[in-house]
Design a protein around this ligand. Structure first.
Ligand SMILES: [Zn+2]
Length: 343
């Protein structure tokens, strides 16, 4: 890497960006429900053509080095790069088109997913260099923390508790840094660090008409703890609940909502766990403002207590109400009660 004369930039102090765990709260002002980018970009931001970007080229090759061996990370990464190829010109400081080549031998950027990222700051779940105006990623610097030969390393922490959405958002965040964005730039829903971001408050999950960042949600039923007959009971209940919500839940839900069963726990946004000790719901999400409440969801576990299998339709339906419009159960499930825990 080369620094222009006089620039102390990030290279002398490669401030990698602090990510905490997804379980801390975070959200965004939504102008419309389920729009992944409902924010206005900062019109005053400085923008550069690709000739002046840190990569000095338009097509930036992104490789993958994945040692976690859980879930289809390539697919999550591909979704993240697609996000920037669509919205980079709106928010990014440089022109760049990311091209995913998972096995590239000498990519411009390597997405390195591992169980422990060893980022410079504690509790980070990802880190990468944020290029300053004069930064050029050309491999000629001895700052090895984030550069291997000519490849910029973007570190992503992940485990079997991490789902595709958390990985995707983490990659979107770090790749946002690659486009020159910092934690106070738009899109704040993904660039602000959890719980420490912008000062103005953003609507909490309980105040929104839809608490996810997009309308497509995958549902996984974990049948490992229950008998065959209980399995089919819960799977059937889940399927019926899904149909009810996909059809609008008596016009109480956003039209775009689309729930779908998946057989991949990694792909799942919602995990239904029958045979648990008690019926509860454990939402994970983020907060981009400075309050303690979740502002959007990234993963939710629904526990159906062993003694509640017989009424799993009612319980899952009620908990799905929280997941698709908190605080407002549709008529079908208005009378049903369940415990709620935040996790
Ligand atoms: Zn960051």
């Amino acid at each position: 890497m080369v620094l222009s004369a006089g620039c102390g930039g990030f290279l002398s102090d490669p401030t990698p960006t602090p990510e905490q765990t997804e379980s801390a709260p975070e959200t965004i002002e939504r102008t419309s429900t389920a729009d992944p980018t409902p924010e206005v970009a900062d019109a005053s931001r400085q923008r550069f053509q690709f000739e002046d970007s840190p990569f000095r080229k338009e097509r930036v090759i992104v490789g993958i080095n994945d040692t976690v061996n859980y879930g289809n990370f390539t697919s999550a990464a591909s979704d993240a790069l697609s996000y920037w190829n669509k919205y980079g010109s709106t928010y990014g400081r440089y022109d760049a088109h990311f091209v995913l080549q998972p096995n590239a031998t000498n990519p411009d950027i390597e997405l390195r997913r591992s169980k422990q990222v060893n980022c410079p700051k504690e509790r980070q779940i990802g880190c990468s260099p944020t290029p300053a105006e004069e930064t050029v990623f050309n491999g000629s610097s001895n700052h090895t923390a984030f550069v291997d030969n000519t490849t910029v390393i973007v570190r992503i922490e992940s485990s079997s508790e991490t789902n595709w959405r958390m990985d995707r958002n983490n990659v979107i965040h770090e790749m946002g840094h690659m486009l020159g964005l910092n934690h106070y730039n738009y899109p704040i829903w993904v660039m602000a660090p959890p719980g420490k971001g912008i000062k103005h408050s953003v609507k909490d999950v309980s105040e929104t008409s839809y608490p996810w960042r997009d309308p497509e949600l995958k549902v996984y039923v974990d049948t490992s703890n229950v008998s065959k007959s209980e399995q089919s009971q819960v799977v059937n209940s889940t399927q019926e609940v899904i149909e009810y919500y996909n059809s609008g839940a008596e016009d109480t839900r956003i039209k775009e909502l689309n729930l779908e069963l998946t057989d991949s726990q990694y792909k799942a946004d919602i995990i239904i766990n029958p045979g648990a000790n008690a019926s509860d719901i454990y939402p994970k999400g983020r907060s981009v403002d400075r309050d303690a409440n979740l502002e959007y969801l990234v993963k939710v576990v629904i526990n159906v207590g062993a003694e509640d299998t017989d009424r799993s339709y009612d319980l899952i339906g009620r908990m799905m109400a929280y997941l698709t419009r908190p605080g407002s159960p549709p008529p079908e499930f208005k009378q049903v009660t369940v415990g709620t825990k935040q996790g």
